[in-house]
Ligand binder design. Structure first.
Ligand code: NAD
Ligand code: TYD
Length: 369
């Protein structure tokens, strides 16, 4: 199989590319990425010279380039992750999110449709897999502010309802609105043209290579440098956290075994209130840096809440578990320990991605490709 993965230089995409390149030497993996501020080829240094891997710098909105690439590489499968992904940026600049997430996804769909349609076998054996987010469903109520025990979460749960695959779409942020719109286009391409599509909606990911503007890597870095930790509102919002490698494993399972036209929710069975997770991160960083435990709790700084801040996300991923046998492999405590260690041991990576140096370096390196 020749598989085109978009956004492979980003956080989740780099883990998916690595898993596929390592696990399937018989496949050719083509990573297409525009290398925005969030895309970084240093995330893939360990596999960049593998014979079953190639990188192409391109914009997913450039339908002609994408179509030509699909034709040249005889692409059988698409795993589409490229997107603008940060809610706070979407509040400042919604247009970029509509362009990449909506128009970019539409370009990918149209290019795949036009290319596959002209093959003798048409859509037979082909697959267009769109990676989306649980944020399209909007927010859940927080009816148990202190949390209660439940089989739905390895930690506690904070409400009685969970996102199932048939839940109504109710996005609140420009980011989630753009992802919801892209999901609708993917379904429309299946229902109208018969394109073989699959969609998954996943909860918050954490782990190595996440850009340090998102909660967990930002806070690890700030604690290390003893900078304030900006907690939005009261820190009461709840997120369901999944270790990124487990998301990549789920994508592998669903790409190979998922049923065409289906949607699968992917979650960690792992709800946490922001303020609680922040305290765990502070304790872990302090312990690993040899500081007295909790020494940095005073860095917590409550700031003005995010506009339209969704109160609670919690995924019901029992469909994926029951039908395809996927479950998270890591307990949250192990995942957080691995993650904090990774950021503390890779300070150079953090400095490079935040300084912008890496972008100039790689743009020079790839400008003639
Ligand atoms: P990211 O921001 O770390 O990476 C996005 C990648 O897409 C970058 O490499 C960037 O260069 C590339 N890209 C952006 N615009 C592009 C364009 N126009 N053309 C080509 N490439 C472009 O994002 P992430 O956190 O890895 O998320 C990946 C996907 O997973 C997104 O679709 C996101 O909506 C979804 N998702 C993320 C999470 C999460 O917690 N991070 C959870 C659920 C779903
Ligand atoms: P984030 O990592 O941006 O993911 P998302 O908004 O997609 O869930 O934020 C996770 C949670 O942490 C969210 O409730 C917002 C909150 N948050 C803060 O309190 N302070 C911060 O500086 C950031 C980036 C996030």
């Amino acid at each position: 199989m020749n598989i085109l993965i978009t956004g492979g230089a980003g956080f989740i995409g780099s883990h998916v590319v690595r898993l596929f390149v390592d696990k399937y030497p018989q496949y050719h993996i083509i990573n297409v990425d525009k290398l925005t501020y969030a895309g970084n080829l240093a995330n893939l240094k360990d596999i960049e010279n593998r014979s079953n891997y190639s990188f192409v710098k391109a914009d997913i909105c450039d339908i002609e380039t994408i179509y030509a690439l699909m034709e040249k590489e005889q692409v059988d499968g698409v795993i589409h992750l490229a997107a603008e992904s940060h809610v706070d940026r979407s509040i400042k600049d919604p247009f970029t999110f509509a362009r990449t997430n909506v128009m970019g996804t539409l370009s990918m769909l149209q290019a795949a449709k036009l290319y596959w349609e002209k093959l003798p076998e048409k859509f037979e054996g082909k697959r267009f897999y769109h990676i989306s987010t649980d944020e399209v469903y909007g927010a859940l109520e927080l009816s148990h502010p202190e949390g209660i025990d439940s089989e739905m979460s390895a930690h506690k749960v904070y409400g009685d309802t969970f996102f199932t695959e048939d839940r109504k779409y109710q996005p609140h942020s420009p980011y989630s609105a753009s992802k919801a719109s892209s999901d609708h286009f993917v379904r429309a391409f299946h229902d109208t043209y018969g394109l073989p599509t699959i969609i998954t909606n996943c909860s918050n990911n954490y782990g190595p290579y996440q850009f340090p503007e998102k909660l967990i890597p930002l806070f690890i870095n700030n604690i290390r440098h003893r900078k304030p930790l900006p907690v939005y509102g009261k820190g009461e919002n709840v997120r369901d956290w999944l270790y990124v490698v487990d998301h990549a494993r789920a994508i592998d399972t669903i790409f190979h075994k998922g049923a065409i036209s289906e949607t699968y929710n992917i979650g960690g069975f792992n709800e946490w209130k922001n303020i609680d997770i922040i305290k765990v991160i502070i304790k872990t960083v302090d312990r690993l840096l040899g500081r007295p435990e909790g020494a940095d709790l005073d860095l917590i700084t409550y700031v003005t809440d995010r506009a339209g801040h969704d109160l609670r996300y919690a995924i019901d991923s029992r469909k994926l578990k029951n039908e395809l046998g996927w479950e998270p492999s890591l307990q949250f405590e192990e995942g957080i320990e691995l993650t904090v260690r990774w950021y503390l041991e890779n300070e150079e990576w953090v400095e490079n991605v935040t300084s912008g140096e890496y972008q100039r370096y790689y743009e020079d390196m790839y400008k003639d490709r």
